[in-house]
Design a protein around this ligand. Structure first.
Ligand SMILES: [Cu+2]
Length: 323
């Protein structure tokens, strides 16, 4: 025991001598370099480098069609790169320690305590990482949640078990008037027609339980609440024409999985023609055909309960007679 404690003392003395202190400075510099590299990687990504595509979006859906979706996607990719940079750095340190300080004899290795620069670094480094992530998250979140006073188009989204109604409004809020409406039924998927290049405000409300409005290409879900709540969000523009499936993303009952709709993005001219046709009393399908669009949804189809007399009650039994 005596011999061991003297060894500790002698290593401690060695440790505090100048070569050891130089080692700390080098290690500190290494950490700083690592941090700097991580920060640089984050910056490069936030300025639009396309690493995401190479790694399949790190699990995040790609192909967003709004400026907001691109910002959220970039934030995700940058966060993944930052996490990976920190991870690689920490794994490196772990393996370096395992190899460099593996047991070589009975002597205790150098015992390092109260090393102020090192303790300062491993307190400050995580705070810095979290602060940077928080900063960019707050910026993107504020941007995505932003609403404007005069959006170009306002749509009221009404959810009910188990379908959707979309009404085009002449203003914002409860007091505005409905100018046209698209209603989904069990036989026909509702098609929400919207123009490219215009800011669009969605005002959501539910007739019964909580639903959630979700078009995967918007990279965004927003819950639809019953009662007095009017949940509002906006997209600053839709950048790509096309048909996009929309879903309910909140478990709302038996046929939740079939509560689909379709977002059809068309040119502003076609959108105006569609709205004019609806106002003139045409059905949604006729109005879609009038602007050269397919009359029915192409990304999803009405649900089929597969319940008929052949599989639901094939023998025609009277209720309560089966043993
Ligand atoms: Cu639902």
């Amino acid at each position: 025991m005596v011999a061991r404690s003297s060894e500790v003392r002698s290593s401690a003395v060695r440790h505090s001598a100048s070569p050891g202190a130089g080692g700390h400075r080098r290690r500190g510099a290494g950490r700083l370099a690592g941090l700097g590299l991580g920060g640089a990687a984050l910056l490069v990504l936030l300025t639009g480098c396309d690493v995401g595509k190479t790694f399949a979006g790190f699990g995040w859906p790609q192909g967003g069609i709004t400026p907001e979706s691109h910002r959220m996607y970039d934030l995700w990719i940058a966060s993944c790169i930052a996490a990976l940079a920190v991870g690689v750095f920490v794994w490196g340190l772990i393996f370096w320690c395992v190899i460099r300080y593996r047991k070589r004899g009975n002597a205790l290795p150098v015992q390092t305590r109260y090393n102020m620069p090192m303790e300062f670094l491993y307190t400050i480094a995580p705070i810095l990482v979290v602060s940077v992530l928080f900063y960019y998250t707050a910026i993107v979140q504020t941007d995505v949640d932003k609403t404007s006073k005069n959006p170009d188009v306002t749509v009221e989204v009404v959810a009910f078990k188990w379908n959707w109604q979309f009404t085009y409004r002449d203003g914002q809020g409860r007091d505005a008037n409905t100018v046209a409406s698209v209603l989904g039924t069990s036989e026909v998927i509702p098609v929400l027609v919207l123009p490219t290049g215009k800011s669009i405000r969605f005002e959501e409300q539910s007739r019964d339980v909580v639903h959630s409005f979700w078009v995967p290409e918007l990279l965004f879900k927003r819950d639809v609440f019953p009662g007095n709540v009017r949940n509002v969000f906006e997209v600053s523009s839709l950048d790509q024409e096309g048909a996009y499936v929309g879903r309910c993303a909140e478990l709302c009952g038996t046929y939740h999985a079939f509560m689909n709709f379709e977002l059809r993005v068309v040119s502003p001219d076609k959108y105006e023609q569609f709205l004019a046709a609806k106002k003139a009393g045409k059905s949604t399908q006729e109005a879609l055909q009038a602007i050269g669009q397919k009359p029915y949804a192409e990304t999803t189809e009405p649900f089929d309960t597969r319940r008929d007399k052949n599989n639901f009650n094939p023998s025609g039994e009277t209720a309560g007679t089966r043993r």
